[in-house]
Design a protein. Structure first.
Length: 77
């Protein structure tokens, strides 16, 4: 398994939404951890949900629910 390092963080929105970028040496793709604010069903407040995207240089991406799954997918390309 490759050594993944956090290379960037981008905060967007007023609700604490953020994107964290991870890269590993000699790996073609990178991983983005995207934390989104999801409104509660009653419309009061939000809850935070994080998913992980394997992003390729050509702009294509695939979403995963677990960081470990995203790492495996990026490393097997």
């Amino acid at each position: 398994m490759a050594k993944w390092t956090q290379t960037g963080i981008r905060i967007s929105g007023k609700n604490g939404e953020k994107t964290i970028t991870y890269k590993a040496p000699y790996i073609y793709a990178w991983i983005e951890s995207r934390k989104k604010a999801v409104p509660h069903a009653d419309g009061i407040g939000v809850w935070m949900h994080t998913t992980y995207f394997v992003v390729r240089p050509d702009g294509s991406e695939k979403e995963y629910w677990k960081l470990s799954d995203a790492k495996k997918a990026a490393e097997t390309e």
